[in-house]
Design a protein around this ligand. Structure first.
Ligand SMILES: *[C@@H]1O[C@H](CO)[C@@H](O)[C@H](O)[C@H]1NC(C)=O
Ligand SMILES: *[C@@H]1O[C@H](CO)[C@@H](O)[C@H](O)[C@H]1NC(C)=O
Ligand SMILES: *[C@@H]1O[C@H](CO)[C@@H](O)[C@H](O)[C@H]1NC(C)=O
Ligand SMILES: *[C@@H]1O[C@H](CO)[C@@H](O)[C@H](O)[C@H]1NC(C)=O
Ligand SMILES: *[C@@H]1O[C@H](CO)[C@@H](O)[C@H](O)[C@H]1NC(C)=O
Ligand SMILES: *[C@@H]1O[C@H](CO)[C@@H](O)[C@H](O)[C@H]1NC(C)=O
Length: 516
């Protein structure tokens, strides 16, 4: 260590004893806000009809990441964020491994982001959706590194107010116990309020990590009337109005979180990251991915490119767009980089904090969107610089088209549904010149050498291929537990836990007490 550095550290330590923590040299706090089902066009800077002023303000104080990627579905994205690993290495891709009875689960041998941050002295809080397992206490948020948990275990529910799963099982938790008091309350409001409570109560002498995992735009498409009236009365299309109001509700919460951080005097020392878990569903609700192609559950850009805003202390440039490649698996190493922690050796992501901080090109220039090893959809996609190679379909016929925003309907043919011819042929797009994935250049002879390079690179990510990169395989088959229907509900009609025994986990000794 250099002499100067030693002096600075000594001065810092002295300051920390004299000044409030916000003025010392404490590690930055981290607030990660996942906005489920947010489409590329669901923010006011991409569609002025939307009402997301607080996210816009964060964008002005930080960076807009224009090539930030996630998985085409929620569970896999949460797994990637929490583990820093490609979720297909847990056997989880798209819909596979995500049915509620079989439980998707991240192999317990990997420590997750909150566990890593705890080691660095952070308090850790999860508010909202978990979706990484619950049938054994060892899979629940507390066992995976969260000091506190308030939220839901499952991916989707029947209502935004009544927290029953699509199977009719009540799913709302306070820590390890079922929380019946949430019944009847709009979940976005509950999560915003809890985030504020966490911030209010957290001890400022310690850094904190808050993961606010909002359902926001997830179906069912319901929102209290006052959000529609206050923020979205100008929207004439009913579905778009609902979408506008759901995101306005989340955005209002973000405004309150920012204010709470300021009131606490820690705003300047807090990282705030807002992103989507996958693209918008577009067809069912009022979300818009336009001009990107496809929806959630496709590996086109509309399903995988997240509207991402990143604000952090120490950025050299703000209010600019950073167009480097960044993938969900990069956030664990990047956030640990900001927190100056050691990097775990099992991850696939890169620490891109130096690039973000200095507004430099990304150290990442390739990634996989999906691998061709899941039986339901039969496709894979690989990114190399500006090039995207898709093998197979890319998504279902219904979800792979271009869906313009409602106010543009009459400018486009096909009644707003600009359907593309659906084929299984390989596709190569230059996303720099063709971000909407319209011009398939796979057969262009000028691209022949490029394709040879890309094909060779893909093999590095596939199972059992000679030369596959260490750590990227084996591709673990999804672990199915021997559970039967009915095991996942307790006598009160709520979600049960303690009914499976994943290999490698200790027996269930820490089961919840049922409360009414
Ligand atoms: C979990 O990962 C470890 C290390 O890669 C592996 O040995 C083990 O088999 C995995 N467990 C399951 C159930 O897949
Ligand atoms: C914050 O906590 C204090 C003390 O517990 C309480 O009086 C106050 O109402 C809380 N504020 C919010 C916004 O929760
Ligand atoms: C950010 O940039 C935009 C566009 O250049 C400008 O209108 C806006 O005032 C800037 N905001 C801040 C906070 O500097
Ligand atoms: C595309 O591939 C899928 C999955 O293999 C298959 O079911 C479908 O029939 C194929 N469609 C065409 C048009 O070839
Ligand atoms: C499609 O890409 C090719 C290059 O492979 C180019 O020559 C052609 O002009 C492009 N077509 C359109 C409509 O952009
Ligand atoms: C939710 O599930 C609980 C428990 O099974 C049941 O009592 C309740 O009626 C359900 N509520 C709704 C709105 O479906």
């Amino acid at each position: 260590m250099t002499r100067t550095l030693k002096h600075i550290l000594a001065a810092c330590l002295l300051l920390m004893t004299l000044l409030p923590s916000s003025m010392g040299c404490q590690k930055p706090n981290i607030v990660l806000i996942l906005l489920q089902e947010a489409g590329w066009g669901d923010f006011e800077s991409h569609d002025p009809i939307m009402r997301t002023p607080n996210i816009k303000k964060l964008r002005e104080e930080g960076l807009f990441l224009s090539q930030s990627y996630v998985q085409p579905m929620c569970g896999p994205t949460i797994a990637a964020l929490m583990s820093g690993r490609y979720p297909h290495t847990f056997g989880c891709m798209e819909g596979k491994g995500m049915t509620e009875l079989t439980k998707f689960w991240v192999n317990e041998t990997f420590t997750l982001l909150p566990q890593e941050l705890k080691t660095l002295g952070y308090s850790t809080h999860l508010v909202g959706k978990w979706h990484l397992g619950f049938c054994h206490p060892g899979l629940m948020p507390q066992a995976r590194g969260f000091d506190t948990f308030y939220g839901q275990m499952l991916g989707g529910h029947k209502s935004q107010y009544y927290h029953n799963s699509t199977d009719g099982i009540y799913d709302f938790w306070e820590g390890r116990n079922i929380d019946w008091t949430a019944e009847g309350h709009y979940k976005t409001d509950l999560y915003n309020a809890r985030a504020l409570k966490v911030l209010n109560e957290t001890d400022s002498s310690k850094p904190f990590f808050l993961f606010l995992s909002h359902y926001v735009g997830h179906k069912p498409f319901e929102v209290p009337q006052h959000y529609r009236d206050t923020f979205c009365s100008h929207v004439t299309n009913e579905k778009r109005k609902t979408q506008c109001a759901m995101f306005a509700a989340a955005d209002q919460g973000i405004g309150q979180i920012v204010q709470a951080l300021k009131d606490k005097g820690v705003y300047d020392n807090t990282v705030i990251l807002t992103m989507s878990d996958n693209g918008g569903p577009a067809l069912e609700g009022g979300s818009v991915n336009w001009p990107l192609r496809g929806t959630k559950q496709t590996i086109f850009e509309g399903g995988t490119r997240s509207y991402t805003v990143f604000k952090a202390p120490g950025l050299t440039a703000t209010n600019v767009t950073w167009s480097g490649l960044i993938h969900a698996i990069d956030w664990l190493p990047t956030l640990l980089g900001i927190a100056e922690g050691p990097q775990p050796n099992y991850i696939h992501g890169h620490d891109l904090w130096p690039n973000l901080q200095r507004n430099e090109p990304s150290a990442r220039n390739e990634f996989i969107y999906a691998v061709n090893d899941f039986d339901r959809r039969k496709h894979s996609a690989f990114r190399y610089k500006q090039w995207k190679l898709i093998k197979g379909r890319g998504g279902s016929a219904a979800k792979s088209g271009w869906f313009p925003p409602f106010q543009l309907y009459n400018q486009y043919p096909f009644g707003g549904l600009d359907k593309t011819k659906f084929t299984n042929e390989s596709k190569l797009y230059n996303l720099d010149t063709d971000p909407s994935e319209r011009n398939n250049t796979y057969s262009d002879p000028n691209n022949a050498a490029l394709l040879v390079t890309m094909e060779a690179k893909i093999k590095e990510y596939l199972v059992g291929e000679p030369g596959a990169k260490e750590g990227l395989y084996p591709l673990q088959p999804f672990a199915f537990y021997p559970v039967s229907s009915g095991d996942n509900v307790d006598q009160t009609g709520a979600l049960a836990t303690c009914f499976c025994q994943p290999p490698g986990l200790a027996g269930s000794t820490d089961c919840p007490t049922t409360t009414n």
